[in-house]
Every structure is written in C-alpha cells, then in structure tokens.
Design a protein around this ligand. Sequence first.
Ligand code: RIB
Ligand code: CA
Length: 307
Amino acid sequence: MRKFLIDTDTASDDAVAMCMALRHPDIDVVGFTVVAGNVPLAQAVQNALYTVELCGENTPVYVGHGRPMLRDLGTAQDVHGEDGMGDIGLPLSGRTPAEGWAPEVIVDTIRQNPGEITLVAIGPLTNLAAAILWAPDIAEKVERVVIMGGTGEHGPGNVSPTAEFNFWVDPEAVSVVLRSGMPLEFVGWDISIESAVVTNERQEQLRALGELGSFSVDIQATLQGFAWEETRLAGPDFPDPIAMAHAIDPAPATMEHLGVDIAVGVEPMRGTMIVDHYGFAQLPKNVNVVTHYPEDAFFAMLTDLLR
Ligand code: RIB
Ligand code: CA
C-alpha cells in the first residue's frame, strides 16, 4: 500500500480527485488536510467530510489555514458555486473534522513515515508552506510531492492572463515550497485543458458508472457554466483529478526538470509561474514539470476508480 496525504481546498474537482485516491486498492489515504481557496475554510472542511462519507470511508479530515500567508483570501465560488459543489443542494454541513492542525499533521505524518509519504496538494499551498517553515527537515523525508498548480511550460492562466488559481491565491506560499528542496512534481492547468476536459460524451460515460460517476458530474454544475462562458472549453475540466492520476501513476506522463520561480506582488504578475527554459536567470532546476499526460490514460483510470 502506498501512503498518500492530500491537501485540498475541497470543491467540485477536488472531490473527484479525493474519490480516486480513496477508491484505489493500492493507496492508503492517511488523511486530508484542508486549506481555504475555492471556498472559505469551513465550507471546504464540510465538503471534504461529505466526500469521505460518500466514499464509505472514515479517513480523518484536518483543519488548516483559513487565508493566505500575507493576503486576503480570494475564492473561486464564481467558478465552483457558493458551496463549491455546484450549489445543487447537497447536505454539506454538520460533520466534525478530526483533532489536529493541518501543518502539524503534515510534519508529523512525514516524520513518522520517512520515505513513504506521497504528498498531493490540490489547493493553495498555505498549509504546505507553514509546515516547511516550521520543519524544513520534511523536505528530505517526503517521498514525492505532487502539486496541481501553475501553468506548466507555457500555458494560459485561469484567474489572470498568466496565473493559475492555486498559485494566484498564495504566491508567497509557492515561493516557500519552491525553495524548500522538496521533490516537486507540478501538474499545471495546461495539462487539464489538454487532457481532462469532460465533454458531454465523457459525462454520459461517467454517469453510467453509477452513484460516484453521477456525483462527479452533478457537482460540476457551476464549473460547466464557467467553461462555456469564460474558457470556451467543451466542458468542465478536471485539474485536480488529472493531477491525482499522475500521483497514482506517473508512468504515462512526460516531464521536464526545469528551473521554476513564482511572481509575488501585484497584478498583472501576481501568481505567474516563471519557467527558466534557457537558464537566463540561472534558476536551480527545482521542479519536474509535467508537460504531457495522455487523455485516454487519465479517463481510463478515472472510469476504473469511479465504477
Ligand atoms: O486552477 C485549478 C485549481 O484551482 C484546482 O485545484 C481547482 O480546484 C482550484 O482550486
Ligand atoms: Ca483544488
């Protein structure tokens, strides 16, 4: 069994990624740590608890940071819905998280399982940065750190012309992670729009799988509108699920080891991922950036896990 610790700002695509990990026979999800991002923290915690219960598990869900390190929180409720889960009336309240503070859970879990933890971050990196600042030693004890974030080699932004949401929310946290020495693998929004767009045909295939398949489509109600009106994609895209697919099975991926930095500061640069392709800035090669993940491999895994 491989041990996954998943940090999430649970909304409609995070929930699908969570189901994938919970349903995989070879993966032991040791816990979910929650961070504010798509929705305010309390809602993200309830969404995570609901999703764990829907999968028939009792995996602990831990509360984390309710806002970025140095900025006010900017949510994506216009994209995922007020409740983050498509505003379709799910009972997303009244559940109780586990005792424990997310950054401390990240540190303790990695220290107690040296070389065994795959940390999957599918929201803003505030919790991860707090853990690193408090316990830098975790960088050499964690086995893999797979992050949904950024725009890959040269993809477009989804919250500004050049910034992807998770990196835009807390760019200072991204800067801490980039300088931590952790074994970083980035799956950017470019990979999602290339290989994880859930067209009507794919939606019908998912619905045919049953309860979890239907859930994974129904909660995209708001994201569907954002896709049609803003990004002009042929359907809602699944950035967190394809990042989770890479965490589960990196074999189909193409990756490049690149020097990466992040633009902090104000618009229009805030949260822009800087890739030093030609070494002009002499940035250390600190990230394995996924440059391709095959669409068929992703949807085959998604279908198997939601069946
Ligand atoms: O840019 C996509 C990312 O932002 C995903 O993690 C999505 O859940 C939102 O958090
Ligand atoms: Ca997310």
